[in-house]
Every structure is written in structure tokens, then in C-alpha cells.
Ligand binder design. Structure first.
Ligand code: SAM
Ligand code: SF4
Length: 459
């Protein structure tokens, strides 16, 4: 049987999709990208903003149309939206399977059952904030270890989850309600997985957690924090670069993590550390546990410890009661933080979160839009200045493969196609070179820059 997997959302979801793809392949399903050939369609979903869910619902409408002529096609919804909406999703005619993020180790069984019995199947966590049992954690760990593979689209690179869930309860965020309590994976399982990936040719691993700097695993001998994992991952032969996302701007282990970044050459000098707002009033309402000045202090400390560090941020504009003054405080913070880039989102009330229950979504859509555009343009100028500093300089990139949208010449005079790679600080670099470089490191001299992309030539 042919299976089509579609993925929405963050890196966590990309990783889950890769795990499910590997498990389904082992169960005998053949992957396809062509909906017309698919016997099974699985959609891995995101609930972080309403728009992400709307896209999935409209896609289900399209699949319903296809299923009219192909009634045997089986459709499954997995991931955050499956956990959030549960049985409600099964009411959608086209949906046969609903499977939450904690149940993905069972996905092959569920699909087989739905196909054979022609019955609708539902498997989600009933009490999502209940601490998972050791057995449940072991099942997820084993699944992760067994099917943790490199990125299929990008050779040489892999995500490795070090934590599941989140306990932070930022007022706007649905993640704690769909991914459950924070659980740190055992360090030996993580390192075994990294060794396996290195053996398969992976050169860069990105350690994933919603609040990755809070990683903590206690054994009789020692308490492991993220800095320990960074050191252990650096020791794995074949691994050249170690990155980690996403960091929360307060917590116990920051000094250790910065020391690891400064002292371990394989740990990339890149910190994705969302501030969300520059207004202390809004940060308090968001239940973020720091003031804007403390956040800037942390960046200052990071830059003092790791002078070439690149910092990325996330912001939400139009949170309830955000005044123009609050927004201008965010603009000031962005100017001071000098991010390499920023992800900016318009506030979207999510059912079940404290912000949705207690605060009115009272910033009009057009004001959110205007603030989004203004913040983007402030950031674009800073990104342009920072990327401009690379002009004439050499950079090392891990080559991802062919560039999807040709920026310069599609091919150079020797017929080399346009490739794309990333630096240790996550800059995208476009250059011409042999396609065989994919998954390998290359030295590029930068000849042109734009705010988010560097262009160059192989040295
Ligand atoms: N754990 C990470 C963190 O703390 O930053 C990532 C969480 S979330 C998947 C990624 C980003 O989505 C957040 O940093 C936040 O800026 C944004 N986000 C989360 N909930 C949102 C909401 N209700 N409306 C708009 N943006 C939201
Ligand atoms: Fe959501 Fe906050 Fe947890 Fe990030 S730290 S996943 S924004 S609750």
C-alpha cells in the first residue's frame, strides 16, 4: 500500500513526521508524494495558531472531494490537532484515524486496523496533564531510538528530541495542553541515537525541546543538564555541529550552556531565544517569567561569553491589551537585541489557554497587521546590517542541496547548479557548485548579501 505523509508546524512535528514515515515504511507501506497513488494519507497537524488548524480543515475538505472517487482511501489526522480535537475530528466524514502525539508509536497498528476493519479509530491521551507512566515514556523513547533517522530532504542533518512536552504555561500557548508535561529523555538514549545517526552519515544534530535549556535528568550519580548533552554529543565521532532549540530566557542552567558553547568548538554559536514582547506589562500577562531588562541582560551575557553568537527571536504582536506604548517597547527591545532574524506572529486566541479564557482579544486585526509589518521592517534593517558584515568574508556551510528558488544564475559557466547551505549561525548561503556536495561542508566566499540570505562562491 502507498502512504502519503503531510506535515504542518514546527521542528517537533517535522521530527514526528520523519519517525512515523520510517515506522510505516518498516511496516511495509511505500511512500508516495502523489495523492492519486495514495491508499493512506496521514496529516501531522499543528494547533499553535488558528490559521494552522484552518489550513488542515480546508485540506480535509479537499481530501473529502478526492475520497468521493476513491472511497477506499484511509485518512488519518495525527499530532497536536488530533490531541486537541479528539473525537470531534472523527465527525468529519473523511477522517478515519485520530492519533495524538503520545500515541504515534502505535500508528502502524492503527492504520492496519482502520484499513482492515473499515472502522474509525481514535487514540489520544485522556488526561493530557497527567504525568506519563514510565512505560509510556519508554514506549516513546524506544520509538524515537528505533526510527530516529536523518532528515530525508536534507542529507547530513537530523533532529534529536531531548525533551517532550512543556510545563511553562505561557498564557497564550496551547503546547502544554496538547503535548503534556515536560519530560527529559535519558542522556544515554539520546547519545546512543546520536551515535547511530553519525554512523549513518549525519554531521549536524539539532537537539529539540520546547524549553531546551531546562533539560534536566537526575540519576544516582549526577544531574545532567543541556550543557552535559552538548559535551557528550560533541564527543560523538562524525558529528561536527551541534545546535539546540528553543531556549527560554530564564532558568538555572544558562551559565553552563554558555560555557559549553564558548568552550566546545562543535557547539554552534546560535541561540534561538524568543522574547515575545518588550513590554513588562505584556510579559507579565503572558506569564513569561522575566522582565525586558533581564532578557537584554541575558543577551549581553551571551555575547560576552560567545562574541560571534547569532541570536534569533520570536514575538507576538497584538496580545490582549497591548497598547501602542507596549508595542513601541517591543520595537525598542528588537533594536537593542540586534537579532540575526525574528519570527513575528499576530496573537491568535487558542481554546483552553488562560489568555483565551480570561482576556479579550481586543487588538483589532488591522492593528495587529500594522504592528507585524512595522516590526518586520525594523528587523529587516538590522538583519541587513548584520548580514552585510559578511561581505568579502569566508564562511563554512553544511550544504543542504539544490536551491529551491534560483536567486542568481541557475547554473554557472561550468554547468554547476545553484546550491544552498547553512552556516553554524544558521545563515542561508546560496552558491553554485556540484550537487555531490549535498551533506558535506564547503568554504564559501561571500560576494553579495541580503537581509536573510548570503550569496557567494566556492573558495
Ligand atoms: N517553545 C518555544 C518557545 O517557547 O518559544 C516555541 C513555542 S511555539 C511552537 C513557537 C512560537 O509560536 C512561540 O514562540 C510564539 O511566538 C508563537 N505562538 C505561540 N502561541 C501563539 C498564539 N496563541 N498566537 C500567536 N503566536 C503564538
Ligand atoms: Fe508554549 Fe511557553 Fe512552553 Fe514555549 S515555553 S511551548 S511558548 S508554553
Amino acid at each position: 500500500m502507498n502512504i502519503l505523509l503531510q506535515s504542518y508546524g514546527c521542528q517537533m512535528n517535522k521530527l514526528d513526521t520523519a519517525l512515523v514515515a520510517a515506522a510505516m515504511e518498516e511496516a511495509g507501506f511505500a511512500p508516495t508524494n502523489n495523492i492519486k497513488e495514495a491508499d493512506v494519507v496521514l496529516i501531522n497537524t499543528c494547533s499553535v495558531r488558528r490559521h494552522a488548524e484552518e489550513r488542515v480543515l480546508s485540506h480535509l475538505g479537499y481530501l473529502k472531494h478526492i475520497k468521493r472517487s476513491r472511497p477506499d482511501m484511509t485518512v488519518g489526522v495525527i499530532g497536536c490537532m488530533a490531541q486537541r480535537l479528539g473525537a470531534g475530528l472523527l465527525e468529519h466524514d473523511v477522517v478515519d484515524i485520530v492519533c495524538g502525539p503520545a500515541q504515534i508509536p502505535r500508528i502502524a497498528e492503527l492504520v492496519a486496523e482502520a484499513v482492515q476493519k473499515k472502522e474509525k479509530c481514535l487514540l489520544v491521551t485522556e488526561h493530557i496533564r497527567q504525568q506519563p507512566s514510565q512505560e509510556q515514556n519508554r514506549e516513546l523513547d524506544d520509538f524515537e531510538s528505533a526510527y530516529g533517522v536523518g532528515d530525508k530532504d536534507i542529507p547530513g542533518r537530523a533532529y534529536v528530541r531531548v525533551m517532550r512536552g512543556c510545563n511553562n504555561f505561557c498564557a497564550y500557548c496551547v503546547v502544554p495542553y496538547v503535548r503534556g508535561p515536560e519530560v527529559s529523555r535519558p542522556p544515554n538514549a539520546i547519545i546512543q541515537q546520536i551515535k547511530k545517526l553519525a554512523g549513518a552519515g549525519v554531521k549536524q544534530v539539532t537537539l529539540l525541546g520546547q524549553r531546551v535549556n531546562a533539560y534536566e535528568y537526575i540519576t544516582a550519580e549526577k544531574t545532567y543538564c543541556l550543557a552535559d548533552l552538548l559535551a557528550m554529543a560533541s564527543d560523538v565521532e562524525g558529528i561536527e555541529w551541534v545546535k539546540f532549540v528553543t531556549s527560554y530566557p530564564s532558568g538555572r542552567f544558562f551559565d553552563e550552556i554558555l560555557r559549553a558553547m564558548a568552550g566546545l568548538p562543535k557547539v554552534c554559536p546560535y541561540l534561538h531565544i524568543p522574547a515575545q514582547s518588550g513590554s513588562d506589562k505584556i510579559l507579565r500577562a503572558m506569564n513569561r517569567r522575566y522582565a525586558a531588562s533581564e532578557y537584554l541582560e541575558l543577551l549581553h551575557k551571551a555575547r560576552a561569553a560567545v562574541p560571534d553568537i547569532a541570536v534569533a527571536g520570536d514575538f507576538i504582536v497584538g496580545f490582549p491589551d497591548e497598547t501602542e506604548e507596549d508595542f513601541q517597547a517591543t520595537v525598542r527591545l528588537v533594536r537593542k537585541a540586534r537579532y540575526r532574524n525574528c519570527f513575528i506572529f499576530r496573537y491568535s486566541p487558542r481554546p483552553g489557554t488562560t489568555a483565551e479564557k480570561r482576556l479579550e482579544d481586543n487588538v483589532p486585526a488591522e492593528v495587529k497587521q500594522r504592528r507585524n509589518v512595522e516590526l518586520l521592517s525594523v528587523q529587516e534593517k538590522i538583519s541587513g546590517e548584520l548580514s552585510g558584515e559578511f561581505l568579502g568574508r569566508p564562511v563554512t556551510v553544511l550544504v543542504e542541496g539544490l536551491s529551491k528558488k534560483p536567486h542568481l544564475n541557475a547554473a554557472d559557466s561550468e554547468g554547476n547548479p545553484q546550491l544552498v547551505g547553512r552556516t553554524a549561525t544558521d545563515y542561508i548561503v546560496v552558491f553554485n557548485g556540484p550537487a555531490t556536495l549535498a551533506g558535506r561542508f564547503a568554504e564559501i566566499e561571500i560576494t553579495k548579501t541580503s537581509p536573510l540570505t548570503l550569496f557567494g562562491e566556492i573558495r
